[in-house]
Design a protein around this ligand. Structure first.
Ligand SMILES: [Zn+2]
Length: 253
């Protein structure tokens, strides 16, 4: 199957779904990773254009560890909006990959770019299949043959803007792939130094492990990633990830 992970910033994928993508890769599925944003805001050392290039190469190096392709819409951070030009871009991205499964950001999260990404991806998964929906962009791809399965990963610190907990519908046991998830995150060196300065957080990979550990603890295992499935009209209702990952998919009792 073709699996498409779409984050907002370079490094969102690593926090939210890299373990699950690694398990799917091990099963022989084709993985593509994308970001809607370029990640060009988080620095005092680089101007946005330079940072954007640096973060592109870091995200590409991370994807390569997984044996995945990396693409980006390259939208400047804090400039992501839900408008027609952006809908067209995300739709073209989905059409080019024609995925069976899409995993993206949480629709409730700590910052608007994350939430808009979730909306853009949901919208594009549906629109991409409509042959009469023309994007007007150069070299347009064909309409997709189907609406893919759609999943949302966990928000940052597992809460919405009011501080309410967001509970996953199911968990994926990622203990066996923590090493690659960690190695992938380590490729985002520029983000690590930014967080150290801005948020006093020099525990980039430790934070990721702590969060995956928290999700794991909820179901009595070491490390997990949590997901919710999009089940609105026209989207598939069965949990294809459970079919593919079998007993790695766990539910809270
Ligand atoms: Zn992010």
């Amino acid at each position: 199957m073709k699996i498409f992970g779409i984050g907002m910033h370079p490094d969102d994928i690593e926090f939210i779904m890299a373990g699950t993508l690694a398990l799917l890769k091990k099963k022989g599925h084709k993985i593509t990773i994308a970001t809607v944003g370029s990640g060009d805001m988080g620095s005092v050392e680089y101007v946005p254009a330079d940072l954007s290039r640096k973060r592109y190469s870091e995200a590409k190096a991370s994807a390569e560890l997984l044996g995945a392709e990396y693409i980006s819409c390259g939208i400047s951070c804090l400039h992501v909006v839900f408008d027609n030009p952006t809908r067209f871009m995300v739709t073209e991205m989905v059409r080019k990959i024609d995925p069976d499964i899409v995993i993206t950001m949480s629709p409730q999260d700590y910052m608007k770019d994350h939430e808009i990404t979730a909306d853009l991806v949901w919208d594009a998964c549906f629109n991409a299949s409509l042959p009469n929906y023309h994007t007007g962009l150069a070299n347009p791809a064909k309409a997709t043959s189907k609406i893919p399965y759609l999943y949302y990963g966990d928000p940052v610190e597992f809460k919405d803007r009011f501080g309410n907990s967001i509970h996953p519908e199911f968990y994926v046991d990622i203990k066996d792939v923590m090493e690659i998830k960690t190695s992938m995150l380590k490729k985002h060196e520029s983000q690590r130094s930014w967080l150290k300065r801005q948020h006093g957080m020099d525990k980039y990979t430790e934070t990721m492990k702590e969060l995956s550990g928290r999700r794991g603890k909820e179901i009595g295992i070491e490390y997990a990633e949590g997901f919710r499935q999009h089940k609105g009209h026209a989207f598939s209702q069965d949990n294809v990830l459970e079919k593919l990952l079998k007993n790695k998919v766990k539910y809270k009792k």
